[in-house]
Design a protein around this ligand. Structure first.
Ligand SMILES: NC(=O)c1ccc[n+]([C@@H]2O[C@H](COP(=O)([O-])OP(=O)(O)OC[C@H]3O[C@@H](n4cnc5c(N)ncnc54)[C@H](OP(=O)(O)O)[C@@H]3O)[C@@H](O)[C@H]2O)c1
Length: 255
């Protein structure tokens, strides 16, 4: 195999939710392959800590940019800071996400907006504003972090499943719009992994066991098990893949 396919030298990436469980793993994977990376999230402290650690570890430029993906002016400001410090962004990973677990009848409109605005509208805003530069430069990668719950339903996650399914359709449409420009748009659909977002499931012995029983591989994934998948999608290795979904779910959706 030609490992050059997976090199990211000279590429600049922006990762939303960049200091979270997946965000740090994605940043490490891309920076270890040669990319400079901007991490965006609401809380400055974990961002600065992740940026300092990853930059010491990989020797690449890693910057933390505080910003809320649901706020258009903050999205534009974050993109301006990234462009000023790193140059134009070649790889966008729309990874910021939240979950609210309640039946539909108990879901409030605020719950709905909180989940949809973060996962779906945030991805729309970053994609809208970063695509033009990628098109002009003739190369780009947009990757939405969907979920196995973009493919299948699960009770008590009405907005989360709707947002993750919508990301797949959004990727397909944008992929078609930019198909002749050198820019690809795809989704990564992870199954259950051990990160902060799943603490409510993992910390409850009943729901934890119920999940384990449904995962064919019999365990939650370690975020590091997504490093190869994100590097594939972000690099030239995936050049003939667009409008598609890479599912890494321990077999959940095989059932
Ligand atoms: N873990 C899993 O099993 C799993 C499976 C499938 C899909 N996913 C998806 O993977 C993505 C990453 O999740 P994770 O597992 O890494 O969870 P996580 O550790 O909770 O990370 C989520 C990140 O999103 C950021 N974020 C939340 N709202 C934001 C906002 N409005 N603006 C900017 N950043 C925001 C958070 O940082 P701040 O709070 O500082 O803003 C946090 O760093 C999510 O989209 C999730 O739905 C996770």
């Amino acid at each position: 195999m030609n490992n050059e396919l997976f090199r990211m030298d000279g590429r600049r990436a922006l990762i939303t939710g960049g200091a979270g469980g997946f965000g740090v793993t994605f940043a490490r994977a891309l920076a270890s392959a040669g990319a400079d990376v901007a991490l965006v999230g609401r809380r400055p402290e974990p961002l600065q800590q992740a940026a300092a650690e990853l930059s010491a570890e990989t020797g690449r430029r890693i910057i933390g940019i505080p910003g809320d993906v649901t706020d258009e002016s903050q999205v534009r400001a974050a993109i301006d800071v990234a462009a000023a410090q790193l140059g134009g962004i070649d790889v966008l990973i729309n990874n910021a996400g939240v979950n609210v677990r309640k039946p539909t009848t108990e879901f409030t409109l605020d719950d709905w907006h909180h989940v949809m605005d973060t996962s779906l509208t945030g991805a729309f805003l970053f994609t809208k504003y970063l695509l033009p530069g990628m098109i002009t430069r003739g190369w780009g990668r947009v990757i939405h972090i969907s979920s196995m719950l973009g493919w299948v339903g699960l009770a008590d996650r009405p907005a989360y499943t709707a947002a993750k399914g919508a990301l797949i359709q959004f990727a397909r449409t944008t992929a078609l719009e930019v198909a002749r420009t050198g820019v690809t748009v795809n989704c990564l659909a992870p199954g259950p992994f051990m990160t902060e977002i799943n603490k409510p499931v993992v910390n409850n012995p009943t729901s934890y066991q119920a999940f384990l029983d449904r995962i064919p591989l019999g365990r939650f994934g370690d975020p590091q098990e997504l490093a190869g998948a994100i590097l594939f999608l972000a690099s030239s290795a995936s050049s003939f893949m667009t409008g598609s979904v890479l599912t890494v779910d321990g077999g959940w959706t095989a059932q």
